[in-house]
Design a protein around this ligand. Structure first.
Ligand code: NAG
Ligand code: NAG
Ligand code: NAG
Ligand code: NAG
Length: 380
């Protein structure tokens, strides 16, 4: 899996300005993360609800690793940049996982709104927050009993000094398109965000002070949505993405941004950072060749071939009999040429590009060059 020279060149420039690993001292002792598959590091797989097979993980972990990717996801790159180890999933109990530097409650398929009987993940945002509350109270209880477990658990003050990260909402919107009209979906955004706000308030009441909120990406560009909702070319934009889905994502993001502003006013002793993932990802998809990619939308690991290489009947890594023939879905030859990995999730190469853009600080509100002093602390 060779990287292409232009990616290398690009990364060299990035690493000169903002070295990607071991570089930016965010000064957070721990990270507590909440979300869906965009930041799941093994939660849904640990729950036993779903399993994933090779070639998931092929490019970095060399096993499926619980991530819905061929390698690392955005939060892995951000942890690296903060000089922190990859986050363990809350439910991952095998192999003495350490939660010293934080814990990941994100689970693939999760929504902000409470899960229903047809949800992929029962771990909707409110449940993830409840899991955190239980995690915190258990940690404090264990710490009070002596030092024996201290090296595996966050210290008491990490709960206040730690960074609370969020990347959730994509499944609320994408899922709604199967049963609701565009207008109904747009009308439901305030209800979705009220539930999100309630969760953030619970965390704030428990002492969380540093919030980092990713907005939702251009879900109309995901092959799964193009396959299902993009058969009419009039519904597609010039990139080949479903316009209605992207429009809903933009309207969601406008209101999410306003909520972050409001909460910054309410939580005066806190820092709330809103990160515009949508702009980074849509720029990548529109201008993919400039960033060293060859396929902006087509899945690397999928079935059916161009233009989407995606078929709802069979997922990446699965073996099934289709039309009387046994099919095993394999990856493309070089996943670093693809933005999309499995028809739903981004490749490691795309995640690395997105992470490098997040770390410029330009896509945040407030942008972290003028607000966050840790950026002055660049170690070369
Ligand atoms: C928020 O950021 C400022 C620097 O911009 C820092 O001085 C302050 O300690 C931070 N607040 C919290 C609660 O961490
Ligand atoms: C693609 O790049 C051009 C030129 O830099 C820029 O104007 C445009 O906004 C980009 N497209 C997207 C969708 O970001
Ligand atoms: C299965 O066969 C039918 C009839 O030949 C064809 O229309 C369809 O596209 C095939 N499906 C797949 C997934 O290959
Ligand atoms: C993938 O690599 C194999 C072996 O090098 C080659 O035969 C095949 O044509 C390649 N496929 C594509 C789609 O490039």
């Amino acid at each position: 899996m060779a990287s292409k020279p232009c990616i290398l060149q690009f990364l060299t420039i990035v690493s000169f300005l903002f070295p990607l690993t071991n570089s930016i001292d965010f000064n957070f002792p721990a990270v507590f993360n909440f979300g869906d598959s965009n930041s799941d590091t093994g939660e849904l797989i640990a729950s036993g609800i779903e399993s994933i097979n090779p070639p998931y993980g092929e490019i970095y972990f060399h096993n499926p690793s619980g991530r819905y990717c061929d390698g690392r996801i955005i939060i892995d790159f951000l942890m690296d940049a903060m000089d922190l180890p990859f986050l363990n999933a809350y439910l991952d109990s095998i192999g003495i996982p350490s939660f010293r530097k934080g814990c990941n409650f994100a689970a693939a398929g999760s929504t902000i709104l409470p899960a229903t009987a047809t949800s992929v993940s029962p771990f909707s945002f409110g449940i993830q927050v409840s899991q955190f509350l239980r995690f915190k109270s258990q940690v404090l209880e264990l710490l009070s009993k002596g030092k024996k477990l201290a090296k595996y658990l966050p210290a008491e003050d990490y709960f206040q000094k730690g960074l609370y990260m969020f990347d959730i909402g994509q499944n609320d919107l994408a899922g709604a398109f199967y049963s609701k009209t565009f207008d109904q979906i747009v009308a439901s955004i305030p209800t979705i965000l009220l539930e999100f706000e309630n969760g953030l308030k619970k965390l704030y009441d428990q002492g969380a002070r540093n919030f980092w909120v990713h907005n939702t990406g251009p879900l109309g560009c995901i092959p799964q949505n193009v396959a299902k909702f993009g058969s009419d070319p009039l519904k597609l934009d010039e990139q080949g993405c479903v316009s209605g889905h992207n429009q809903a994502a933009k309207l969601f993001n406008l209101q999410l941004h306003a909520l972050c502003k409001k909460l910054q006013g309410d939580f005066t002793d806190s820092n709330i950072t809103y990160v515009d993932i949508y702009t980074i990802k849509s720029n990548l998809i529109a201008n993919y060749s400039r960033y060293g990619f060859e396929q902006p939308i087509m899945a690397c690991c999928g079935y059916g071939g161009a233009p989407l290489n995606y078929d709802t009947q069979i997922m990446c890594g699965q073996t099934k009999v289709i039309n009387g023939t046994s099919v095993t879905v394999k990856a493309c030859n070089d996943s670093t040429e693809y933005v999309n990995w499995d028809g739903i999730h981004y490749t490691e190469a795309a995640n690395q590009y997105v992470s490098s853009q997040i770390l410029t600080g330009k896509y945040s509100d407030p942008p972290f060059v003028d607000k966050m002093p840790f950026l002055l602390n660049i170690k070369f």
